[in-house]
Design a protein around this ligand. Sequence first.
Ligand code: HEM
Length: 199
Amino acid sequence: MLSVLILAPLVTYLVYVAAPGSTLFSWHPTCMVLSFGLLMPAGAELLSLRRWSRSWRVRLHWGLQSAGVALALLGFAAIYQNKESRGAAHLTSTHGQLGLATVGTAVVQSAGGLLALFSVSVKTGRATLLRLRTVRLLHALAGGGLTLLGLCTLRLGLDSAWFHAVATPLVRPAADVLLGAAALRVLYKVLTSRPVKQA
Ligand code: HEM
């Protein structure tokens, strides 16, 4: 749970300054930081908590990741609708473009997670394209990649005019340290962990 602890101050601060519910926009940073800064890292980290049974870890993992993807879709809907209501152009910043790729990757990764959950190999006719072992390995590696992508998008969100207006100056360098430490933790987990086998 180290990445969750590292990111906790940033998640708390962002939700605080966003003041969820105050405007339609406020739901964007709120949903996104709860998804990519809390639920998804927590869902990934708990897989290696060996003191819990494997089936519980897998159940909690997909529960948290599904909630994370649902929040990411809500966060996307909030910013999309916010721009529509102001007549503003879409996907004009690197943050917005990478953000769309991040949300898209999260949806694709969920589909891969369903294959791993229901122990399905990828086949064409009789030939097995991807064995279950490979599906699980790819799911674990892609999960690490998605978490890093999410952290990069969060970081770019902190460069937005909105965040400059609401944050105190010292927050951005502090957030850089936290996001960098969390990224290193995710890389370490990806390089050292083995995919969870199901019973
Ligand atoms: C991983 C988390 C995030 C994702 C996936 C994400 C995704 C996106 C996307 C796709 C857009 C463009 C929507 C459009 O053009 O219709 C956008 C815009 C925006 N986001 Fe995020 N976002 C994330 C986190 C954040 C955070 C934490 C903040 C604030 C600190 C933020 C602030 C903004 C702002 C101000 C815009 C409007 C300006 C622009 O298009 O760049 N986002 N975001």
